[in-house]
Design a protein around this ligand. Structure first.
Ligand code: MEV
Length: 327
């Protein structure tokens, strides 16, 4: 059977990195999606084709025990294949057939490795489409859990449930350790995304934060402070207080910068948005390079970002309340 599923990307309003150490985080799904088409294959092999992952696309085909020979062997593509491979392993486990073969085609308008949860969206949609291609429909909590297991294994055990839970459920969610809840009554937020065209390596950035935390008590304090900001931010979100949300996002960004995960182009975008009058602006996701999330109910920061030489793309991102979609 041929099946198609899609899942949204996300921005972090609060809490990335700190969430890895049990602090709360609030990611929020946005209207950019990864769509995965899956066909069963009788020969037990896996073929992965990506049509648009902000790259020129790639394809790879291999059988069990063979090494994937990717036609565009960049680190980002290798990483994408790693996520898909683990997602397929989860699907094989869920359908109870370790020999199942799949043709997987991925389309996505979420930039890869740029802090918008591209890997989580691909993983959620791939597990969902692959299991359904064998007549098994997972409930959302199991789908989110299996997707988390993929990130946990690809990211060397340094992953939280935040990205995968948010992409599965949609809307704004709060994740603290294993406790994941979808927040109700979240208003439509005036989110703008700025993208510098770059990316960061999640595993390396997470490891960098860990070593700072181990070396300096004040780095550990900064992580705990991100938790405090997130708790206040959750209250501001529930009260629909965009001004306070923005101020807290700015504070969260400062703490992330102190932990070494910002970068020049992210800072330039953050300051362009703030100087244009945004309520708040912060990097989103692992950092290094990639995207910032801005709150602005005017078009001023969108315009400022579009004129900023270091910003490749800027767009409005509406809250996606749907999560995984079965097509
Ligand atoms: C990456 O999108 C977010 C991090 O907090 C890692 C994770 O939560 O798995 C940096």
């Amino acid at each position: 059977m041929a099946t198609t599923s899609s899942a949204p990307g996300k921005v972090y309003l609060f809490g990335e990195h700190a969430v890895v150490y049990g602090e709360p985080a609030v990611p929020c799904a946005i209207g950019r999606r990864a769509t995965v088409h899956v066909d069963q294959r009788p020969d037990g092999r896996l073929r992965v084709e990506a049509e648009d992952l902000s790259l020129d696309g790639f394809s790879v085909e291999y059988g069990r025990g063979e090494t994937p020979d990717v036609d565009v062997p960049t680190p980002l593509v290798q990483a994408a294949v790693g996520y898909v491979e683990e997602a397929v392993a989860q699907a094989r486990d869920a359908i109870g057939d370790s020999e199942a073969g799949f043709d997987v085609t991925i389309e996505s308008n979420i930039p890869l490795g740029a802090g918008l949860g591209s890997s989580a969206a691909v993983v959620v949609a791939a597990i969902d489409a692959a299991t359904r291609s064998h007549g098994v429909t997972l409930d959302k909590p199991e789908l989110a859990d299996r997707a988390y297991q993929v990130e946990h294994s690809v990211q060397d055990g340094e992953a939280s449930r935040a990205d995968t839970f948010c992409s599965t459920m949609g809307g704004a969610v709060r994740v603290e350790g294993d406790e994941c809840v979808r927040l109700s009554d979240v208003p439509d937020l005036p989110i703008v995304v700025g993208y510098d065209g770059g990316s960061g390596d999640t595993a390396t950035l997470v490891a960098g934060v860990r070593s700072l935390k181990e070396e300096y008590d004040f780095a550990a304090d900064a992580i705990a402070s991100i938790g405090d900001v997130t708790r206040r931010g959750t209250a501001a979100l529930e009260a629909d207080d965009v001004r306070e949300l923005g101020r807290l996002m700015n504070f969260n960004h400062g703490l992330l910068a102190a932990l070494g995960v910002s970068g020049r182009s992210l800072e330039e975008m953050v300051w362009a948005a703030r100087e244009a009058g945004a309520s708040g602006a912060k990097l989103t996701g692992a950092g290094g390079g990639g995207c910032i999330a801005v709150l602005d109910d005017t078009d001023a920061s969108l315009t400022a970002l579009r004129y900023l030489p270091g910003c490749e793309e800027a767009f409005r991102a509406g809250l996606d309340r749907e999560g995984v979609r079965r097509l």
